[in-house]
Design a protein around this ligand. Structure first.
Ligand SMILES: Cc1cc2nc3c(=O)[nH]c(=O)nc-3n(C[C@H](O)[C@H](O)[C@H](O)COP(=O)(O)OP(=O)(O)OC[C@H]3O[C@@H](n4cnc5c(N)ncnc54)[C@H](O)[C@@H]3O)c2cc1C
Length: 310
C-alpha cells in the first residue's frame, strides 16, 4: 500500500488544458520528466491577433504563432499528445480528475494543469476591437518601444487611466489621455499629468479610425479628431474558461484570478493553474516560467506518491 495525495488509476499522468505559452512550457518539463501528458488545445493564444510578440528572451519580435510553433515542434520527442479540443467540464472522481471534451470524450488523469488564460473585454468603442493588438494595446512593455516616436493616446478614466498615462510617459513624449467623458481625476492627478506634459481630453469618443494595419485617429462626437498612431488601454479581464470554478478552486479577493501558491498549486489538491489566469502581471515569458515551475512541483508530488511506502 502506498500513501498518496492523488488517486492512482488514470490514462495519462496529467492533463494540461491550454496549449499556449504556459501550457506548452509545462508540457515540455513534464514530457522530459518521462510523463505521459495530454494537452488540450482549445484555440488561439491571447495575443494571436498581434503581428509581433516582444520582450520574450531570445524571441523578441517573433510572431506569436511562431513562438508556439517552435514550442510544439520541440515537444515531438516526448510522450506529449496535443489534441485540438476544448475541455467543457471538469470534476473530481475516485479515479482522479475527469475532463469532458467538446467532442464528448472523457479523459482522466491524477493531476491537472489549467493554462486557460484570460479574455480582454474592450470598451464598446466602434473600431477598437478591429485594431486590438494592431494599434490598440494594453502593455507598454510589449508594444511601447515600437511607439516611442509616435503620437500615442491612453484611453481610460480615473485611477486606471491616470496610472496608464503616467506609465506610458516613459515611452512616448507625445501623449494624450482620452477619458471619453468625465475624467474622474483628482486635482493632484491633473497637476501631475500637466507636469508630465500629458494632455487630458474629456470629449466623448465616437470611434477609432483606422484600417487593419494602421490606426489613424480618434474621432470625437463633437466632430473633432486626434491623429494618433497607437492607443493603450486596460480592458476588463475575465477567465477564458470556467473549469477552475467548476472544480471549486479559490479565486483572488477581487474574484478575477485563480488563487495559487508559489508553485502554481490551487486550493484543490492535484490541480495547478499557470499563466495569465493567475494574476495581473502578464507576459508570455512569465506564463511560460509559471508553467515550468508548476510542472516541476507536480512531478515532484507524483514522485513522492509513487515512491513513499505506507
Ligand atoms: C494584444 C495583445 C498583445 C500582447 N503582446 C505581448 C507581447 O508582445 N509580449 C508578451 O510577452 N506578452 C504579450 N501579450 C500577453 C500574452 O499574450 C500573454 O501573457 C500570454 O499569451 C499568456 O499565456 P497563457 O498561456 O497564460 O494564456 P493564453 O495565451 O491566453 O492561452 C490560453 C490557451 O488556453 C486555451 N483554452 C482556454 N480554455 C480552454 C478549454 N476549456 N479547453 C482547451 N483549451 C482552452 C485557449 O484556446 C488558449 O490557447 C499580449 C496580449 C495581448 C492581448
Amino acid at each position: 500500500m502506498r500513501k498518496s495525495p492523488f488517486p492512482t488509476q488514470a490514462s495519462y499522468d496529467m492533463m494540461i488544458v491550454g496549449a499556449s505559452n504556459a501550457g506548452l512550457s509545462a508540457a515540455l518539463v513534464l514530457g522530459r520528466a518521462r510523463r505521459r501528458v495530454l494537452v488540450l488545445d482549445g484555440g488561439p493564444a491571447r495575443n494571436a491577433v498581434a503581428f509581433n510578440s516582444h520582450s520574450f528572451f531570445t524571441r523578441d519580435g517573433s510572431s506569436p504563432g511562431e513562438v508556439l510553433r517552435i514550442g510544439r515542434e520541440q515537444l515531438r520527442p516526448y510522450a506529449v499528445e496535443i489534441h485540438a479540443d476544448e475541455a467543457s467540464q471538469a470534476r473530481l472522481s475516485s479515479n482522479g480528475l475527469v475532463l469532458t471534451l467538446g467532442s464528448g470524450a472523457k479523459v482522466t488523469a491524477p493531476a491537472l494543469v489549467l493554462a486557460t488564460g484570460v479574455t480582454d473585454e474592450l470598451p464598446p468603442v466602434p473600431g477598437l476591437s478591429e485594431l486590438w493588438g494592431r494599434g490598440a494595446y494594453h502593455c507598454p512593455y510589449c508594444h511601447g518601444w515600437e511607439n516611442r516616436y509616435n503620437q500615442v493616446a491612453v484611453y481610460g478614466q480615473g485611477e486606471a487611466g491616470y496610472q496608464q498615462a503616467v506609465l506610458l510617459h516613459q515611452w512616448s513624449p507625445q501623449l494624450t489621455l482620452c477619458t471619453d467623458g468625465p475624467a474622474n481625476l483628482t486635482a493632484a492627478q491633473y497637476e501631475h499629468l500637466a507636469h508630465l506634459n500629458i494632455a487630458v481630453l474629456e470629449t466623448p469618443v465616437a470611434a477609432i479610425d483606422g484600417s487593419i494595419k494602421c490606426l489613424r485617429a480618434i474621432a470625437f462626437r463633437d466632430g473633432s479628431r486626434l491623429p494618433v498612431d497607437a492607443i493603450f488601454l486596460r480592458p476588463i479581464q475575465r477567465q477564458r474558461s470556467d473549469l477552475a470554478a467548476q472544480l471549486g478552486c479559490d479565486f483572488t479577493p477581487d474574484g478575477m484570478y485563480v488563487q495559487v501558491n508559489e508553485t502554481g498549486l490551487t486550493s484543490v489538491p492535484g490541480v495547478y493553474a499557470v499563466g495569465d489566469m493567475t494574476g495581473p502581471f502578464q507576459q508570455a515569458i512569465l506564463a511560460a516560467a509559471s508553467g515550468t515551475r508548476a510542472a516541476a512541483a507536480l512531478n515532484n508530488e507524483l514522485i513522492l506518491r509513487d515512491s513513499v511506502l505506507a
